[in-house]
Design a binder for this molecule. Structure first.
Ligand code: ASC
Length: 149
């Protein structure tokens, strides 16, 4: 292989393998990104919870929209747990980076529950929403218990 071809191959490989965090300006930005996603998710999830717990009046279209937002946002934060961002936030335990596969499995479980919550919210059936909300909250908690300070 000529040097030129080797360089082109390397350039292509680097581009294709561009890690998911390439779009972050730096590690602090990755932390801000994931925390922003969690914060926004919690606002929408919290409103569904308030409806589920009778703290505010149940409004089916609002719950449906909130659940859709939660389902989409639930897919986002994980990209922000970059290698370089370890130790940049006091909330994220070092265990995340020590057992990234287990962490990602819990993250996936939460995304699955959030997707199910969105399906439930489409029906406008408050009982179904309550049940799916509870399951989703459990999946949030399971990860917090293991990986959040
Ligand atoms: C929320 C929220 C969380 C989860 C968690 C569920 O509304 O902000 O982090 O639910 O408390 O146990």
């Amino acid at each position: 292989m000529t040097i030129q071809r080797a360089l082109i191959t390397l350039a292509v490989a680097t581009t294709l393998a561009a890690p998911a965090f390439a779009q972050f300006k730096n590690d602090e930005h990755a932390v801000k990104y994931r925390q922003g996603a969690f914060t926004t998710m919690a606002v929408h999830f919290g409103r569904i919870g308030a409806m589920a717990n009778g703290k505010i009046k149940f409004d089916a279209p609002t719950a449906k929209r909130d659940a859709e937002v939660v389902a989409v946002l639930s897919t986002l934060p994980w990209m922000g747990f970059t290698e370089g961002s370890e130790g940049k936030s006091d909330k994220a335990k070092p265990e995340i980076w020590m057992e990234m596969d287990k962490f990602k499995a819990k993250a996936q479980a939460m995304q699955d529950k959030a997707a199910a919550l969105s399906v439930a919210a489409q029906t406008g059936d408050l009982d179904r929403i309550k049940s799916a909300f509870g399951a989703t909250a459990q999946s949030c908690k399971a990860c917090h218990d293991a990986y959040k300070n």
